[in-house]
Design a protein around this ligand. Structure first.
Ligand code: FNR
Length: 182
């Protein structure tokens, strides 16, 4: 496809709502977009001593980000913050200094939480980090998804209650990525 998007899920949990959301929302994108989830669970803890000799998993992550035209972050909120595993992945691919894989890639930010107000703070923190890394983020519409019964249907698609909202989100994201990449 014309537009390859690297999807970064901020939860390592097998039954993660955020992973399910990432899997479901990509089905709402047009055929010229393809999405691939990057693996972050096997990355070592970031250590600046390793900048000159990055682990294979780090090199893989950087290559996948570099190959993508856009980014999609789908993350939970942990203790009113960005999950450590996500920040660890972001830090890895931002280094060594001057060789960040992130710069200039347009990004969408989504999050699902079991709490009604969840992920707003994590998303805001993520946007701050991404702004520093020169990653422009889609500002509107925002999406703070409440992971409740019926969010997904039996096939893992977005359920009726959120379908229209998330289809609009995806339509805006698609238009916005095209504007940045064209
Ligand atoms: C949470 N959870 C949570 N939710 C929220 O809305 N705000 C928060 O600050 C926190 N804090 C928090 C800390 C830790 C360590 C855990 C494990 C969980 C609950 C969270 O929304 C819930 O576990 C989600 O299911 C996590 O997303 P995944 O793993 O389902 O994608």
């Amino acid at each position: 496809s014309q537009f390859q998007i690297a999807v970064v899920v901020g939860s390592l949990r097998k039954d993660s709502f955020n992973r399910k959301l990432a899997n479901a929302i990509v089905k709402l994108a047009p055929p010229e977009f393809s999405f691939k989830q990057v693996q972050i669970g096997d990355l070592p803890l970031y250590n600046q001593d390793d900048d000159a000799n990055q682990a294979e998993s780090v090199k893989r992550l950087k290559a996948e980000i570099s190959a993508a035209q856009g980014l999609l972050f789908v993350t939970p909120e942990y203790n009113r913050a960005l999950p450590g595993v996500l920040k660890n992945a972001i830090d890895h691919a931002s280094r060594p200094y001057g060789q960040s894989a992130w710069a200039g890639k347009p990004a969408g930010v989504l999050g699902a939480s079991v709490g009604a107000v969840g992920t707003a703070i994590a998303q805001q923190q993520l946007r701050t980090v991404l702004a520093y890394l020169d990653v422009p983020t889609l500002g509107q519409p925002e999406a703070f998804i409440h992971a409740k019964e019926g969010l997904f249907d039996a096939e893992g698609n977005i359920g009726e209650g959120s379908k229209k909202f998330l289809q609009n989100w995806m339509d805006q994201y698609v238009a916005w990525v095209k504007k940045h990449v064209a």
